[in-house]
Design a protein around this ligand. Structure first.
Ligand SMILES: C[S@@+](CC[C@H](N)C(=O)[O-])C[C@H]1O[C@@H](n2cnc3c(N)ncnc32)[C@H](O)[C@@H]1O
Length: 292
């Protein structure tokens, strides 16, 4: 017999609850809406609608993936970032709410920009959530020329899908590169949320985080490998008065500051995330005028 939306939602919520998921009904709606290609509200307001057996089977398949600990975003293939839905996959880090702070910092800095044209580079672009959001947020007032680079070809395929989704295919350039190896131009803003988890801390991460690719998480034994690499080379690619804007991990502020100070940069800003953790830092090359 064909089940209704409500009966399947009840069954799946019950199972999710037994398995200890905190928002079982919400998660059920998401699983159902993806397969039935309906909105969240449609699911809730059409609860007596009958579902085909094929749809039911697909819903159960996804429910079991969820019960085994796969993140909802990796099941549905989408994750929200700055109120937009980004395509994501096993080859990309799921965009995180903390990373939205980078967008806020860039938006704030942009209020003082005197230039009308801005060249922006996103190092380790992954799904391209940062560079796409910044472009969409700023393009009505500035002429944005944006580039996202990543070492992972597969992540870049996902980034490309997002560019097409947000109609930015002609506006944002994608480059496959091991850090700055394949770059030869300079930028006003260089942004990065690099891999920064200590190798030995990976095992302590939640099961869900471990569905993200290792290359997007692991920052070597100290967690600082990416910052050393970026700090050493970034001056060749930053324009005079340009900014380097980075996400950092918990407790990394002092060490990242030292790495950049040693390479001739000064920190001009730091911002805390919603949990009060120093999360985003902004540096300028010392030869540039001090602005804060
Ligand atoms: C923490 S993820 C950030 C992804 C995305 N920018 C975000 O904030 O959601 C780090 C990204 O850096 C990329 N990456 C790692 N090593 C790299 C390297 N040597 N050169 C370029 N990109 C690298 C990974 O593939 C991954 O996409």
């Amino acid at each position: 017999m064909k089940p209704t939306i409500e009966s399947l939602m009840k069954q799946s919520s019950k199972l999710l609850k037994v398995y200890g998921f905190e928002r079982p009904r919400h998660e059920s709606v998401i699983i159902l809406k993806d397969i039935l290609k309906k909105s969240y509200v449609d699911i809730l307001s059409n609860s007596d609608l009958k579902i085909s057996i094929a749809e039911k089977n697909k819903i159960l398949e996804n429910l079991f993936k969820r019960l085994k600990g796969k993140p909802l975003s990796k099941i549905s293939g989408v994750k929200e970032f700055y109120s937009r839905q980004f395509i994501t996959s096993k080859d990309t880090l799921d965009p995180r709410p903390d990373t939205e702070l980078i967008v806020d910092v860039v938006k704030n800095l942009s209020k003082d920009f005197t230039k009308k044209k801005l060249n922006i580079l996103d190092v380790g672009t992954g799904s391209a959530c940062i560079i796409i959001t910044i472009t969409l947020e700023l393009m009505s007032k500035l002429n944005i020329c944006a580039t996202g680079l990543d070492i992972s070809k597969r992540a870049l395929l996902v980034a490309k899908k997002n560019l097409i989704k947000f109609n930015l295919n002609n506006k944002v350039n994608l480059i496959q590169s091991n850090w700055f190896d394949n770059l030869d131009n300079k930028f006003d803003l260089i942004i990065s949320n690099p891999p920064y988890i200590k190798k030995n801390d990976l095992a302590k991460l939640s099961k869900e985080v471990l569905h993200d690719p290792l290359i997007s998480l692991e920052g070597g034994l100290t967690g600082l490998r990416s910052y050393f690499k970026i700090a050493k080379e970034v001056h060749k690619y930053i324009k005079k008065d340009g900014f380097v804007i980075l996400e950092i991990g918990i407790g990394q502020l002092k060490q990242v500051d030292n790495i950049f100070l040693n390479q001739g940069f000064r920190r001009i800003l730091k911002e805390k995330d919603l949990q009060g953790i120093d999360r985003v830092v902004v540096y300028q090359y010392k030869s540039t005028k001090y602005i804060v």
